[in-house]
Design a protein around this ligand. Structure first.
Ligand code: IMP
Length: 204
């Protein structure tokens, strides 16, 4: 069976990606599985650049097919931030309870329109092509919502307790894992990259 490395240390993301690849004849490996310990600096200024940086770097080191994602929260009142800095917002080691409370405070007096937010995700798929050269594809997914007035829900991870979905009248953290996967930016990006992964899996 072919092996596919998922370039993340984030357990939440790993679970979502594993669930979406469950039906495919592929052995999914995490960075932990391959013993990857190095930090990969996300020096890009877009989600796409960062996803490609991560996937190419791991492909170069292992020669194996890799899926890497870069994603983040964009809030209108924050000029589209924290965006590519979502994980680093206020510091990488600061808890999401604190980050979420800080965003709620920041938005205390802004209009409903300014509370508009989205999650975006770009997934890069890099695999060996002819002569072992890297072949790269990318796909993007997005989900629109707004920042809630207070945090709610225990599911998901990161900013999910403050990401309100008007159509569902609840936050992302109040959805079941299955429901989140069905609508999430990562789910959409993964479904969009899946034809490329399947094409590779079907190759001799
Ligand atoms: P990345 O690992 O550089 O892609 O960082 C993405 C960051 O964006 C995460 O650490 C979270 O802060 C945020 N983020 C991305 N997707 C989600 C999600 O589905 N729920 C909550 N936060 C997310």
């Amino acid at each position: 069976m072919k092996q596919l490395i998922i370039a993340t240390h984030n357990e939440g993301k790993l679970r979502e990606i594993r669930a979406l690849l469950e039906q495919e004849p592929v052995q999914v490996l995490s960075l932990k599985d391959i013993g990857w310990q190095q930090e990969i600096e996300e020096t890009g200024s877009t989600f796409k650049e960062n996803a490609l940086i991560k996937a190419r770097r791991i492909f170069k080191a292992t020669g194996q097919a890799v899926l890497a994602d870069d994603s983040g929260l964009e809030v209108r009142a924050m000029g589209g931030g924290p965006g590519v800095y979502s994980a680093r917002y206020m510091g990488e080691d600061v808890s999401y309870d604190i980050k979420n409370q800080a965003i709620l405070s920041l938005l205390e007096r802004v209009t409903e329109k300014e509370r508009a937010a989205d999650y975006r995700c770009v997934i890069a798929f890099v695999r060996p092509g002819r002569g072992g050269r890297a072949l790269a594809k990318t796909a993007e997914g997005r989900v629109d919502g707004r920042i809630a007035y207070e945090a709610a829900g225990e599911g998901g991870f990161g900013y999910d307790p403050i990401f309100f979905l008007p159509e569902r009248a609840c936050t992302m953290a109040q959805l079941s894992e299955e429901d989140k996967n069905a609508i999430s930016h990562r789910g959409a990006a993964l479904r969009a990259i899946l034809p490329h992964v399947k094409e590779w899996l079907n190759k001799a």
